[in-house]
Structure formats: C-alpha cells, structure tokens
Design a protein around this ligand. Sequence first.
Ligand code: HEC
Length: 141
Amino acid sequence: MQGGFSVTDLLSLFSASIFAAALVAPANAQDLPIGETLYQQYCATCHGMSGEGDGPLGEVISVPIPDLTQISARNDGAFPMLKVIHVIDGRTGLRGHGGPMPVYGAIFTRDAVAARDPIGAAIEARGRVMSLAEYLITLQK
Ligand code: HEC
C-alpha cells in the first residue's frame, strides 16, 4: 500500500506518543496546577493566596477563617484527606448548615462542562474537589 500506514507503523506511533506523554506529564504534576488554579479562583478570597486565612473576604465574615497551611498540624501531623474532601464538597453534613463557606460539590456539579450528563458532572465535580484537596496537602507547614 503506497503512502499508507501499516498496523505496525500505527502501533509504534501510538506507543511512542504514550511514552512521550508519560515523559512530560507524571500523574501528580498534571493534577497540581489544576488544584492550584481552582484554589486561586474559588478559595483565596477567604483563605488567602498562601492559605493562611488572610483573604480579603475574611474582614467581612463574622466567623474566623481557618489557616489551611495548619490542617496537618491541627491533626497530629496527619493530613485528614477524607475530612478535607467532605469539607470542600460540603454536601455530606460534616459541615454545619448555614456556614459561610460555599458548598463546592453543588457548585462544581452545576457548573460542570458535562452538566447535561449527570454521571460526567458528578465525576467532574469530584475531580475538582480531589485536585483542591491534593493542592492543600502541598500547602502544609
Ligand atoms: C466565603 C469564605 C470562604 C470561601 C470562599 C472558602 N472557604 Fe473554606 N472555610 C471558610 C470558613 C469560615 C471555614 C470554617 C468554618 C466552616 O467550616 O464553615 C472554612 C473551612 C475550610 C476547611 C476546613 C479547615 C479545617 O482545618 O477544618 C477547608 C479544608 C476549607 N475551608 C477549604 C476551602 C477550599 C478548598 C475552598 C475553595 C474551593 C474554600 N475553603 C473556600 C470560609 C471559606
């Protein structure tokens, strides 16, 4: 077949591109910028760019804004991943109703690119909450 690709050509192209993708994008490095971007967009207004609770909205909110760089320190040195995920998601009842912090699980589901596909929207919302929680791990002091 002139000018065509053989199956072997296609396979080697395919594996070469997987290999290249693996080289440029280790799993974690891919997730962290997403968490950081989401954090700056949704959380820094209250918790501050550095996470220390010094965002501009803190002055108008009557409740103290927690320092997110001290989550592990407040939990005997262990980052309480599941609790943090629940707090960010906000739909699970671990957080008291009527608190000032928005319920991001609902916001992310509503704003999901895949909004017309309920399963896609749920996955997208959870992915965002997860990326945020992973980003918070990197802020721990
Ligand atoms: C409107 C202000 C506000 C915004 C915006 C906000 N938070 Fe909060 N956050 C709070 C307040 C106040 C608390 C403590 C009381 C509560 O749980 O409601 C809190 C608590 C938390 C806690 C629990 C800390 C601990 O040690 O128990 C985490 C984790 C957290 N926020 C993460 C986030 C993330 C991630 C975002 C962005 C997606 C965000 N917050 C956006 C105000 C805010």
